[in-house]
Design a protein around this ligand. Structure first.
Ligand code: 2E4
Ligand code: SF4
Length: 349
């Protein structure tokens, strides 16, 4: 659909209450796969299934998996020996696999394949002798996991101000990579500055910022100029959701807020406004967006117009570990079988 030019408040239909609903929005292929991996593990192997860190950064998803029997922990050291652990969609360093093996755990790796792709790029560049400049946010789980692929060889660049600070061994052998969920425009700006400082800088073979991140930002850029208010559904620790708020504000939304649930919307945000943009982050189930739309409809915003920016067809198959029996899962994880399974195997064999 065409968005009328200019702000709703000044354009012809400006006083009419309407919602501009972003398409695509919400959960991506990597999130669907990670959530299905936990659900599938619970069905196949029974509760409890442990999950290291939040499987994705969404409160609702974590709560609903907890209700099904998933137990979320921060570190593998908290998990009893002989248990099954799922690694989150954000990815882990190889050292975390080692810890799990030492802790006699069976592992299911729900790292998004597009994060794994960045891991492989990091390993390859490191093997070829490059220092790697990773554009990303300090402390984010994906960044920790990617840096762990080549310890000592990856240097974090957390925004343009880090470009002058970063130290490399050989300025003629430098490559850059990025976190998958960054602002496209900010990342390009940082990469350009890195290129100015390191003229021999090598770029990733393909975009590290994934298709889902790019598509969600691109539709927000379309709806923001016409939005008096942009509501982004997502959790506060969800990097890609926070970026949607920033992109909205940067492209003309008069106000933008991140909410986990419809009941977090403040009635005062609606005072004197007409057009509300609505979208959601890549870790957000659609039911939460529908709750927001119902909340807005009750207050007179029942005219919902979808604004499209491309279609998404990406799908990923489940982690192959899920094709294994419980005993095989321990064997392929390199962990000793728990005694209960040894007894079972001996009885059957
Ligand atoms: C893995 C990689 O990275 P972010 O904080 O945006 O993660 P979130 O869980 O909100 O989104 C899904 C996801 C998972 C994105 N990239
Ligand atoms: Fe994978 Fe992109 Fe989704 Fe992250 S946002 S889980 S990288 S598809």
């Amino acid at each position: 659909m065409e968005i009328p030019e200019g702000r709703a408040g000044v354009s012809g239909e400006g006083s009419r209450r309407r919602v501009l609903l972003a398409v695509p929005r919400g959960s991506c292929a990597g999130v669907d796969r990670a959530v299905a991996a936990v659900e599938n593990a619970l069905e196949q192997y029974g509760a409890p299934v442990y999950v290291r860190k939040q499987i994705v950064h969404n409160k609702y998803v974590v709560r609903s998996l907890e209700r099904q029997g998933a137990v979320f922990v921060e570190e593998t050291a908290e998990i009893p020996e002989g248990s099954i652990v799922v690694f989150s969609a954000h990815g882990v360093a190889p050292s975390v696999h080692d810890e799990a093996r030492r802790g006699k755990l069976a592992t299911i790796d729900a790292t998004c394949p597009l994060v794994t792709k960045v891991h492989k790029e990091a390993v390859r560049f490191a093997e070829e002798g490059y220092d790697i400049l990773l554009i990303g946010h300090e402390g984010h789980e994906e960044v920790i996991g990617t840096m762990g692929q080549a310890p000592g060889r990856i240097h974090l660049v957390d925004g343009p101000e880090d470009v002058l600070k970063v130290q490399v061994r050989d300025a003629s052998k430098v490559a850059w990579l990025s976190q998958t969920t960054l602002s496209v425009d900010e990342t390009v700006a940082t990469a350009v500055r890195l290129g100015e400082r390191f003229p021999a800088l090598v770029s990733p073979p393909s975009d590290d910022i994934c298709y889902a991140t790019q598509n969600r930002q691109s539709v927000v850029k379309q709806i923001a100029p016409a939005s008096d208010l942009l509501i982004v559904v997502g959790s506060k620790n969800s990097s890609n959701s926070v970026r949607l708020v920033e992109v909205g504000l940067g492209h003309g939304a008069r106000a933008a807020h991140l909410v986990d649930f419809a009941d977090e919307i403040d009635e005062r945000w609606l005072e004197g406004i007409a057009t509300i943009g609505v979208t959601s982050g890549a870790s957000v189930p659609e039911v939460l967006v529908q709750d927001v739309l119902a909340w807005l409809a009750e207050r007179g915003w029942d005219d919902v117009q979808s604004v499209h920016s491309g279609t998404e067809t990406q799908q990923f198959s489940l982690p192959r570990e899920l094709q294994r029996t419980r005993a095989e899962l321990f064997q392929t994880s390199g962990s000793d079988l728990p005694t209960s399974l040894v007894d079972e195997q001996e009885a059957s064999g």
